[in-house]
Design a binder for this molecule. Structure first.
Ligand SMILES: N[C@H](CCC[C@H](N)C(=O)O)C(=O)O
Length: 261
């Protein structure tokens, strides 16, 4: 069946977007989703996102990693689906949508999306790294030299190693720029490679750096390989609320493809 798809990117984290309200495509076609995300045999993307109807919100987001499997929350994908919904006139400049981790509020102004993420009530501090869940699981560790680090090798070792095992975790390598900004490189679970940015990842890094005392700021700038993002939050003891991820979401192109071939 021929379907219209769109490509969006949020600081270089890119997604195939499909308005599934009109096609009702199956939600378990792992093989087709993986092929569409393949950089050579398909459209090429870090993930694929369905926009669907939702009886209690403006729309619903269904997220797939490039391996074709549904996964946990995608922050950059969440920013891109808000821009997509605005383009489709499903919403104007603000919205509520449901995703696998619950309800999200968002606003869009001149292509910049400010997305509310779930509260974070637990940050694990380990020797040499932190672990927290910002809608997806994230391992965060500080590195001195992000330029020479072999992200894919080192990230895979951590992602498949103990304690994460087969379920795994995303892996973020951080270096401090100044008191309210950090550089981040991320190995993404389900892409099984470095992505140019990871929304739930930079959110995890901002909270982890505040939790560990690397910064006392509550509005933090994150420099990803794909561009700048901003994370803000309110800290009350060891809980983080009013968590927002802000940055650009851009439509790259629109196309038609036969879903099954
Ligand atoms: N790969 C992640 C989901 C997408 C996260 C990332 N694209 C983001 O922007 O948050 C996982 O399976 O946990």
């Amino acid at each position: 069946m021929n379907i219209t798809f769109y490509k969006y990117q949020g600081t270089g984290n890119d997604f195939v977007m499909i308005d599934n309200r009109q096609y009702n495509l199956p939600k378990n076609d792992t093989k087709t989703v993986a092929r569409l995300c393949d950089r050579r045999f398909g459209i090429g993307a870090d993930g694929l996102i369905f926009l669907e109807n939702d009886e209690s919100a403006d729309f619903k987001m269904v997220y797939y990693n490039a391996d074709g499997n549904q996964s946990t929350m995608c922050g950059n994908g969440g920013r891109c689906i808000v821009a997509f919904a605005n383009y489709l006139n499903v919403i104007e400049d603000e919205c509520r949508f449901t995703a696998i981790d619950g309800l999200h509020h968002a606003t869009i102004t001149n292509g910049i999306v400010k997305l509310q993420m779930q509260d974070v009530t637990k940050v694990e501090q380990h020797t040499g790294h932190l672990f927290l869940d910002t809608g997806s699981p994230h391992h965060v560790q500080i590195e001195t030299d992000l330029d020479t680090l072999q992200i894919k090798d080192k990230g895979a070792q951590i992602r498949y190693g103990e304690p994460y095992g087969a379920v795994g975790s995303n892996v973020n390598f951080v270096s401090k720029i100044n008191d309210n900004s950090f550089r981040v490189r991320t190995y993404e679970r389900g892409v099984e490679d470095e992505t140019l940015s990871c929304g739930t990842g930079v959110t995890a890094v901002a909270i982890a750096m505040n939790f560990q005392g690397e910064t006392d700021e509550e509005l933090i700038k994150l420099q990803s390989e794909g561009g700048p993002l901003e994370v803000s939050f309110t800290r009350e003891q060891d809980s983080y609320t009013n968590v927002f991820l802000k940055g650009p979401a851009i439509q790259v192109f629109k196309g038609v493809i036969d879903w099954k071939h």
